[in-house]
Design a binder for this molecule. Structure first.
Ligand SMILES: CCCCCC/C=C/C(=O)SCCNC(=O)CCNC(=O)[C@H](O)C(C)(C)COP(=O)(O)OP(=O)(O)OC[C@H]1O[C@@H](n2cnc3c(N)ncnc32)[C@H](O)[C@@H]1OP(=O)(O)O
Length: 384
C-alpha cells in the first residue's frame, strides 16, 4: 500500500501531469533567484568558460527575456560568444530561465561543499554503516557494497555512506582503497526507488535534492587522494559503470558485464562519463555505450580501456587480492603524490563536467521519458 501511495504521489507531482491538472508548474521565486546570484559570488573555483557562458545566458534570459540585440561582429569574440549563448536559449520563458539559473548555481556550489570532517571509523567491525562493510587489512581499506539482495543498488543511504567511507579512507593509514560488491553483482546502479520517495514539496524538490546528492557523490571520487581500485566481482549497471572512469585501476571477473542504459531510462550520462569515456575509448565507442545502451563484456571493456585486467571467475578473488597485497607494500606517499599528479591536471575540468551532467539530469528526471521508464520497472519489473 505504501508503494502504491508513494507511486501515486510521484505521478501527481510529475510536472507534465501537474501542468495538465492545474495549468501551473512551480518555478524558482525571485527570492531564490536573488539568493543564487549572491551564492554565485562565493564560488571558489572557476567553473570554466562553457559554464560561465551558460550562467550569463540564463541570467540575461531570466531578467530581460529572449535575446533581441544584433549579433556582435566576427572579431568581437567575447561578446559574440555571450550573444550566442543567450541566443541559443531561444524563447524559453523568464521563469524557466530563472529556475535553470538557480539549479545551475546550486550544483556548482554543492560541488565545492567542504568534505565533512566526522566519519565512522573504517575497519571497525562495529562501525555503524548499514549498507556497507568497511574494513582495513594489509594496508588496504575495502569498501564492500553490501545490499546483495538488491544487487547492491545504491540507495540514498548508501550514497551518503560511500561518501563517508571515502572521506575516512582518504585520511586513514592505508595505502590503497578498494571498492567491491557482495553477492553476485558488483552494483546495479542507482536504486530506482530513490525516485519514488516524493515528499510534500513535490518532484521538483526531489530532482533538485538528487542533483545535489549526485554532485557531492561524484566529487568525492574526483577528489579522492590515494589510489582507488574497483574490484568488479559481477555485473555493473548505470552509475556503477560510469564512475569507473574516476578509479585508478579496475579489475574485473570475466563474468562481469558493463551496461549504462541511460537512453533506455530517459536519463543522460553521469559520473563524468560524458568526458572520461570519449577520452578513454574515442567518441564513437563511447556513444555506443552512453547513447545506444550497448552492454559490454569484461573483455570488451578491457579492450576499450575501461577495465585494466580481466580474470577467470574461479580464480578472480585469489589473483586480484594477491596483486593488491603486493601493491599495498609500495611506499604510501609516493603512490599518493603520483596519483595526485596524474589526476590533478584534470580536476577542474572533471568538476565542471560533473556540474553540467547533474544539471542535465535534474531536467531529465522531470521528463516523461524518465518517469515512464521508472514506472515500467516498478509496475512490470521490466529488466534491462
Ligand atoms: C540520487 C539519484 C542519483 C541518480 C544517479 C544516476 C544514476 C543512474 C543509474 O545508475 S541508471 C541504472 C539504474 N539501474 C537499473 O535500471 C537496474 C534495474 N534492475 C534490473 O534491471 C534488474 O534488477 C537487474 C538486471 C539488475 C537484475 O535482475 P535479476 O538478476 O533478475 O534480479 P532482480 O531483478 O530480481 O533483483 C533482485 C532485487 O533487487 C532489486 N533491484 C535490482 N536493481 C535495482 C535497482 N537498480 N533499483 C531498485 N531495485 C533494484 C529488484 O527490484 C529485486 O527486488 P525484489 O526482490 O523484487 O524486492
Amino acid at each position: 500500500i505504501e508503494k502504491i501511495i508513494s507511486f501515486y504521489r510521484l505521478i501527481q507531482s510529475f510536472p507534465a501531469v501537474k501542468l495538465h491538472l492545474t495549468g501551473a508548474v512551480m518555478r524558482a521565486t525571485e527570492v531564490e533567484f536573488d539568493k543564487a546570484k549572491e551564492h554565485l559570488k562565493t564560488l571558489k573555483n572557476d567553473p570554466g568558460n562553457d559554464t560561465k557562458l551558460r550562467i550569463y545566458a540564463l541570467f540575461k534570459q531570466a531578467t530581460q527575456g529572449s535575446c533581441s540585440s544584433p549579433k556582435p561582429g566576427m572579431l568581437d569574440f567575447v561578446n559574440k560568444a555571450k550573444w550566442e549563448a543567450w541566443n541559443s536559449l531561444g524563447n524559453i520563458s523568464k521563469e524557466d530561465a530563472r529556475q535553470k539559473y538557480v539549479d545551475l548555481v546550486g550544483t556548482l556550489i554543492s560541488s565545492e561543499a567542504p568534505i565533512q570532517k566526522e566519519a565512522t571509523t573504517a575497519g571497525d567491525p562495529k562501525s555503524s554503516y548499514q549498507t556497507l562493510q568497511v574494513t582495513t587489512e594489509n594496508n588496504i581499506t575495502t569498501i564492500l557494497l553490501n545490499r546483495p539482495e538488491k544487487k547492491n543498488a545504491i540507495s540514498r543511504k548508501m550514497y551518503e555512506e560511500i561518501m563517508q567511507a571515502l572521506e575516512q579512507a582518504g585520511k586513514d593509514d592505508s595505502v590503497l582503497t578498494v571498492m567491491t560488491g557482495s553477492g553476485d553483482y558488483y552494483c546495479s546502479g542507482n536504486d530506482l526507488s530513490n525516485f519514488t520517495q516524493v515528499g510534500a514539496e513535490g518532484v521538483e524538490k526531489l530532482a533538485r535534492d538528487s542533483g545535489e546528492l549526485l554532485t557531492r557523490y561524484v566529487s568525492h571520487f574526483i577528489d579522492f587522494p590515494k589510489p582507488l581500485i574497483a574490484v568488479v566481482n559481477g555485473p555493473a549497471v548505470g552509475i556503477a559503470v560510469t564512475g569507473l572512469g574516476l578509479f585508478d585501476v579496475v579489475y574485473a571477473t570475466d563474468r562481469a558485464t558493463f551496461h549504462a542504459p541511460f537512453s533506455q531510462l530517459g536519463q543522460s550520462p553521469e559520473g563524468c562519463s560524458s568526458y572520461t569515456f570519449p577520452k578513454m575509448m574515442g567518441t564513437a565507442k563511447a556513444n555506443e555505450i552512453l547513447l545506444f545502451n550497448k552492454k559490454l563484456t569484461a573483455a570488451q571493456a578491457c579492450d576499450l580501456g575501461l577495465v585494466t585486467e580481466v580474470f577467470p571467475d574461479n580464480t578472480f578473488q585469489q589473483e586480484v587480492w594477491k596483486k593488491l597485497r603486493a601493491y599495498a607494500k609500495l611506499p604510501k606517499d609516493s603512490l599518493r603524490y603520483s596519483k595526485q599528479l596524474i589526476r590533478g591536471m584534470e580536476k577542474e575540468k572533471l568538476h565542471a563536467v560533473n556540474a553540467q551532467e547533474c544539471v542535465r539530469l535534474q531536467e531529465r528526471w522531470l521528463s516523461e521519458e524518465c518517469m515512464n521508464a521508472i514506472m515500467s520497472f516498478f509496475q512490470n519489473k521490466s529488466k534491462l
